[in-house]
Design a protein around this ligand. Sequence first.
Ligand SMILES: [Zn+2]
Length: 480
Amino acid sequence: MNKEIKYCDILLTNGSVVTVDDERRVLEPGAVAVSGNRIAAVGAPEDLDHYRAARVVDCTGKAVIPGFVDAHTHMFQSLGRGLGEGMSLYPWLSEFMWPYAQAISTREAWAGVRLTALEAARAGTTAVLDDHYAPVDLETTVGVARTIEEVGLRGVTARGIYGRPAEVTRHYDIPDYLFALTPEEELEITRAAVEATAGRRVSVWPSPDGNFIERELICDSVALAHELDVGWHIHCSAPQTDPAAYVSCYGERPVEWMHRAGLLDERAALAHGVWLDDNEVAYIGEAGAGVAHCPTSNCYLADGAIRLRDLRAAGAVVSLGTDGSACDHRQDMFEQMKQSVFVQRLTTLDPTASHAEEALCLATREGAKYLGIDAGVIAPGKLADLAVIDLNRVHLQPLNRLVSTLVYAARGSDVTMTIVGGEVIYENGASTKVDEGEVIAEARARSAELIERAGLHGLLSPWRERPDSGAGGADGSSSR
Ligand SMILES: [Zn+2]
């Protein structure tokens, strides 16, 4: 029977298509037709031979997967890549990240964001939640969202909200300058930023930035998210000390309070959620709230291991995030997938605690749910957010089992094409959207200026430990 001729914009054909759809189909070979910003059809190449495409991409020897969702990153931090080695979270914040955040200018933040977005696009990431907390004026915040768009990604700029120090703040060595705006100013700027980006590829959400700010401001931020019909974001219990400080101050744990205050629902996008008790896991699960798991960051800062199986069994939407280049060092979701499995296996001593298929789901379809975007799977009608991976690389041979190879052996630099909403934003070694040489040159120059101005040059020491300090320099004799 002759099929009716159909037209599409891009036809990716003869690749191995890992759909991550409801049936978890892997088509070897498969084809994907893209029409406008959506996927028009998926199937075996012969099933789609009636499509006439403006552009046919032969994907022989390549994998086609849903684009990755980086559910928690801090793009402005990339100018500090490599600094702050060997610290736990709060020294890392007070000696490195907070001075960095205090000193960074609008232009520097945009340069860092542009670099990070470019790195992500090159590694097959199509959507991000960028937790942006410095500087947080309206112009910078909206400019951050626009910069991510310029590079071609979609997603959210979550505007960090601090307001006034809270009772719990004194448990931390948090500098006053983070609390520069009144709660009213915070909410006003956030509202304006959300409205200025409504309906765009990258929109702004409120991000009351952790459980160390005033509870009332967290509640008001969540109310604003509801009013403006967007999600909201918060750092939640990454280090063990966070719930401990909360209990000593308020007599209850952070997620217990958020549950009791009625804040948890599907709009809630929590970052980390490492230290949760059974009740907190149940509350997050019942609410269908999101948790961005950042395994590499949790290892780097020695925070701990998330209760992945418990959270997912309870109903939480668990996604994966890099947590930014300052504590992850790479915007590479392949690394997150691998680490998410390894962290579970190592801490449970159970090799069945997680697996490659689960990691790929977290990085794609669960990430899309977390961000509330109609993507994350390769299925007709979904947004055409896709990554194409070269399977002919030496480190991927012999290719016996595709999903395991993608999760454990592949890396961001194996991506040859990234497509967002039907638009090719990266192809064969170059961004189609920005001049990579200019992005890199600007980031280098602005990084040097920023490190100097922030007084962080002490962190540049080429070798951190003294040769006589023993294994790993664990005597605290760092040169910082
Ligand atoms: Zn973070």
